[in-house]
Design a protein around this ligand. Sequence first.
Ligand SMILES: Cc1ncc(COP(=O)(O)O)c(C=O)c1O
Length: 430
Amino acid sequence: MQQSRRNFIKKAGNATLGLTALAGFNPLYAERVLTASKKIAHLSAKEAAKEEDFWYQVQKAFRQSPHFINLESGYFSPQPVEVMESQFDNIKMINEQPSFYMRRRQWQDKQAIKEQLAQFAGVSADEIVVTRNTTESLDTIILGIDLKPGDEAIMCDQDYGSMLETFAMRARRFGLKNVMVSLPLHPKNDNEIVDLYEQAITKKTKVILVTHLINLTGQVLPVRKIADMAHAHGVEVIVDAAHSFAQLDYKIPDLGCDYYGASLHKWLCCPLGTGIMYIKKEKIAKTWPLFGDTGQPVDSIKKFEHIGTHPVSANLTIAAAIKFHNSIGSKRKEERLKYLKNYWIEQVKDLPRVIINTPSADERSSALANFAIEGMQPDEVADYLYDKHKIFTVSINRKAVKGVRVTPHLYTTLPELDLLVKAIRELSAA
Ligand SMILES: Cc1ncc(COP(=O)(O)O)c(C=O)c1O
């Protein structure tokens, strides 16, 4: 039984990818979601966001602990069951053919996966690398781009810590000057943000780091407008897309950036330890890899691919995650996530003591949002939610933002959000 299933899986994988060694996956859940999605094909993505029968099928594709409510999906996404099964199959397949697989098969399989991922991201496979996460992607770029002592880099006080620290390290070691702008929590419009970055540009500015979707509050920045403005000044743009990739409906070229990094284990629901790095074709030659590989041409993205022995099974599983994602559709997923966020915020935003730290305009946020209770520390609020109601969130206590981040996901149900609303009402009235 086990053997025949494996044979079937291998055949399915071979048929999809045209490979000899790559294991496929049980298409059950993606097929169910696909069948369900045909029934709502006539609806707009916004209308589909409210179709609970459809989302019930999606929720069933995930297995979540019954012991608490996970509203901290910002750290990483669990894999749908079928994606996880695909990973198990890939682990078994590689374990059965260990060094034979690594010496003879892994490169062609990884190239096939890269091509699928490139297509998903809307770029050429010659411009991307599958990395382990956003940190690896962006730190490689921050340390590898061509900067001289005295050059300036602009970033903001709500960018992710690892990126800010890597810029700080580069400044300390190589004499770069980092310029920090302060991002408003509730910008009036896109121009206010674009102007903020533009005013920080000097003759020495070489690069701007922009976070597409701020992890602290969920705020979405107008990356395209910032990139167009920066390019008009001859300044390059690095985008931290850890949270926007596969959460928002866009392709990388829509952003107009030069460098880009994201984690696939966040919103694409890939195995932990998968990421993407994108470098615009003409910028590859002047960017240094972190790990030595002089065997590749300097203008080839492959010079970034030598990272030593790593769990290839995770890379191979990206195919199953893309298939699952596509069975829902990017626009539908984005609208559902926004619907879930709005569902709870609309019910609590006007309550006494409740402060919403996430902009309200539809285009300025998605699933992630942050709220605070006047007179309470973020930790106290997060602890109340967990201790009293088994609702797991995360407290954010940064100079720029203080509050609790709430992140629903495709597996989040409306009754779970009703309980969150009840808990916030209690806090508001306390
Ligand atoms: C905005 C942002 N950038 C980068 C990262 C780092 O992601 P990873 O730990 O997957 O490298 C995170 C993680 O939450 C993030 O929120």
